[in-house]
Write a protein that binds this ligand. Structure first.
Ligand code: HH2
Length: 283
């Protein structure tokens, strides 16, 4: 495993890792296509590394509610040059994709982690490809698909159901040959959840960290924060900081954020307050 990732899987870890969001898409809800050009994406990736990102998450397909799927070749065209150049420049790269072929090409180009928001559900080849490549994978909960996930999400018990989903996906990953020490889990904030669901997940995040796998959360600039404060996407950094602090306090291992410089400071303070090593139950 890439050395920068071993800390995530270290049960005695003391610091939280920052994953910087790098969307190479024309329709991402917060970037609005600004980073479409590979050169601009590379510049922003390097800037986030300098601001304190431990990982840069490169994605070529928007997952915003209602977003349309991106064809394979187009996703590769967006993602590969950016992964290649950034990986060569130093920062650890993860690839945000649900497609096995994109994951394979990105890992060949230097990515060290696969972030699959479908938790190995959308591409039947993904699980075996991840197992074969030997890289860690993020398994994220989503209700349905990005096209339909926000259509009246209902849960009897959101935390219980998301945990059950993640446990099922962990077992599926294991059956495909992905060892448990290469699995991270993510409750999927904003993916088929109401404001109340997202808040309950954050309030009870320790129930996810208690599962014994490193937990990643991605609350950054999401609409549930905008709804609480009635603020547009470019004014959600403080709200993101609050959500991140609550998550890190309860043991989140990685936070996926856009505003790396600000959130790095928040996380360092929460880590300092938390002090002693995070208790992560081992499997
Ligand atoms: N959120 C987004 C995308 N990928 N991956 C994980 N593991 N967890 C998340 O919460 C998560 C994710 C959506 O945010 P963003 O990248 O800002 O938007 P878009 O999907 O429009 O590119």
């Amino acid at each position: 495993m890439h050395s920068s990732l071993s800390q995530i899987f270290d049960p005695g870890r003391r610091s939280t890792m920052i994953m910087g969001v790098l969307n190479v898409t024309p329709d991402s809800f917060s970037d609005g296509g600004r980073y479409l050009a590979a050169e601009e994406a590379i510049r922003r990736g390097l800037e986030m590394a300098e601001e304190g990102a431990d990982l840069i998450d490169v994605g070529g397909e928007s997952s915003r509610p209602g977003a349309q799927p991106v064809p394979l070749e187009e996703e590769i065209r967006r993602v590969l040059p950016v992964v290649e150049r950034l990986a060569a420049a130093g920062p650890a790269i993860s690839v945000d994709t649900t497609k096995a072929e994109v994951a394979r090409r990105a890992v060949e180009a230097g990515a060290v982690l696969v972030n699959d928001i479908s938790a190995l559900r959308f591409d039947p080849q993904m699980a075996t490809e991840v197992a074969r490549m030997g890289v860690p994978v993020v398994l994220m909960h989503m209700r349905g698909t990005p096209q339909d996930m926000q259509q009246d999400p209902v849960y009897a018990d959101v935390v219980g159901e998301v945990k059950a989903f993640l446990n099922e996906r962990i077992a599926f990953a294991a059956s495909a040959g992905i060892p448990s020490d290469r699995v991270m889990i993510d409750p999927g904030i904003g993916f088929g959840k109401t404001v109340a669901h997202n808040l309950e997940i954050l309030r009870r995040l320790s129930e996810f960290t208690a599962l014994g796998y490193p937990v990643l959360i991605g609350p950054s600039r999401k609409s549930f924060l905008g709804k609480i404060l009635d603020l547009p996407v470019e004014e959600r950094v403080e709200a993101t900081a609050a959500a991140v602090a609550i998550g890190v306090w309860q043991g989140a291992a990685v936070v996926r954020v856009h505003d790396v410089r600000a959130i790095r400071r928040v996380v360092r303070v929460v880590d300092a307050i938390r002090g002693s090593a995070v208790k992560v139950d081992r499997r």
